[in-house]
Design a protein around this ligand. Sequence first.
Ligand code: ME8
Length: 495
Amino acid sequence: MKFSVTTPIYYINGDPHIGHAYASVAADIIARFKRLDGFNVHFCTGTDEHGVKVARSAEKAGLEPQKFCDLMSQKFRDMSAAVNLSYDDFIRTTEARHIKSAQAFWKLLEKDVYKSSYSGWYSARDEEYIAESDLVDGKAPSGAPVEWMEEESYFFRLSAYQDKLLEYYEKNPDFIAPVSRRNEVISFVKSGLKDLSISRSKFSWGVPVPNADGHVMYVWVDALANYLTSFGFPEKDVSEDMANCVHIVGKEILRFHAVYWPAFLMSAGISPPKRIFAHGWWTCDGQKMSKSVGNVVDPFEIIKKYGLDQMRFFLFREVRFGEDGDFSEESLKNRVLYDLANDLGNLVQRVLAFIQKRDGNFTTNYDFSDAEKALFANSRNLLNKTRPLIDKQDLNGVLNAIWELISETNKFVNDMKPWELAKTDVTRLNAVLTALCESIRSVAFGIAPFMPDTARKVFDFINAEGKSFAEIEENFADQKLPTPTPLFPKEKAVL
Ligand code: ME8
């Protein structure tokens, strides 16, 4: 079964920050989960390199735009590696394959395109046209400055898609998530869609419009087409890929993805994506972190200070995916100490070090009492709980389910007192340890998409590295387990 997931492609006018890492890691978690669940996954990310904003940043840096793009795009590639993205494709919109794809896409839209002239306000920072009625104190709603623009432009007949879009949202209730955002989009479309200016003629850093000298595409047409490029358009029929595709986007770019994009795709005769999930913002003292504002947290610094898996975990444990959150190192430290070192690290260490102290050998015993039966069943059931949550992009919900199992397991250790059973009833002890190892194995599978390196360590401790979810159903063979080392610094093994 095919499944694909995308990140936004990032503007390269500034260095990557934690907001970009957030969207990228979210898509990565989903991609990794789906791969472990047996899907044929395509995961793409990349950089958005055209438009006024990028051209001006290049000028400010005193570099040719392409040179500037090469330099800055590499920083996003480095960020992708630093946060351990398992991407299948990294798209740059200045690549020849993309220019060809964007131009082929434009040609499919031509029946809905006409030439006219545009006059109105434009926000370069948002790369967005701003209606006079939307100005707030002479600025864009985002607070960005606007400039007056008057030029010859091609327009897309967006107004003709108003009813079709509303019908599409109605028939596909899961197309836009979370629900509150879906309602916002529907109200926006109901309030009336105007035709959209999709080319620029007084500006040249963009994809040339086919057969229209002097026009380059509006950067959002070019940018959205990246998803098609990644699927091999125009050489390949990409409808099936699109139909199974989930776009992860920040809430500020939902309108482009949930209104313009499906309208373009309907016009081009290509299937709209399966779903668009709009996540919230990380703020710094209540203000959106942004390259243009300059109040950003550097993911490279956070990784150096706290560790990669620790950062990946924190971003999705702390805040419900879809909502905003204020970034605080204090909360990050607490999550690492309590959730990771105390709850997870200590569980793994106390159980596996205990087995190790007894020669590393235990004989599996499935002759369970009710307590072991309950823990075993809940461990096996973790995947059934998390699968529908992943399909709703409820990443925080998945972690909550895993941490419920971890708490239950820690309580089971305290109740069963294996150190006492070791003296009184070794047969029973083996049943307790079998249930515990099953729980640890399920937890390792659960955390694998979020914390791939940590999960690999746990798999190594229980000789389960490289197995898929399907193989979780296999029982442990009697085996000698290697010596565990602490998963997180600061943890204490106490059993
Ligand atoms: O909009 N908190 O690129 P962009 C959380 N090129 N996420 C954040 C964030 C924050 N403070 N700041 C950025 C563009 N992001 C276009 C996209 S797609 C065809 C074209 C994340 O560099 C969030 O996912 O402004 C946001 O939508 C994305 O970075 C936009 O990055």
